[in-house]
Design a protein around this ligand. Structure first.
Ligand SMILES: [Zn+2]
Length: 149
């Protein structure tokens, strides 16, 4: 006759004691570290200079439901009346590249990648236009805002 049941893997008391010792010794250290990191982060946030105003202004889709007729504007942050305009609805949608043996996840990833690429391209265009405008028209104000006023 063979014993087929009743045998289990048991944890000996010695194993449990070792484990508890490890947990006891590690827990305070981990908590300490987390607490110290939190305090350090709070101190850093308190003493850090205020973040400079981002160069890229927020996009303005325009008033009401018609906005600027599909145009999105990025106004000069000095409100001189200048703005950079884009027509996101007229963006040329490039090819979506999917591997030949791709499944639904690959299709989704490819579409996401393509959208991110378009978003990045627009971001770069707007940033370039805004930066150029600031350099040409607001050099003095810009250099003042970067040297802490
Ligand atoms: Zn301006």
């Amino acid at each position: 006759m063979t014993k087929s049941s009743g045998e289990r893997t048991t944890t000996t008391d010695a194993d449990t004691e070792d484990l508890e010792a490890i947990i006891r010794s590690a827990a305070p250290t981990l908590l300490d570290e987390a607490f110290r990191a939190m305090l350090a982060e709070r101190e850093r946030a308190r003493t850090a200079p205020p973040e400079p105003e981002p160069v890229l202004p927020r996009p303005d889709p325009g008033p009401g439901i018609f906005g600027y007729g599909g145009e999105v504007r990025w106004h000069c942050r000095h409100w001189c009346g200048w703005y950079h305009a884009e027509r996101p609805d007229l963006d040329v949608i490039g090819p979506v590249v999917i591997p030949a043996d791709g499944g639904p996840d690959d299709v989704s990833a490819a579409i996401t990648r393509q959208a991110k690429g378009r978003h990045q391209a627009r971001h770069d265009r707007v940033l370039a236009a805004v930066t150029e405008h600031y350099e040409q028209e607001h050099q003095e104000a810009e250099s003042a805002s970067h040297s802490g006023r």
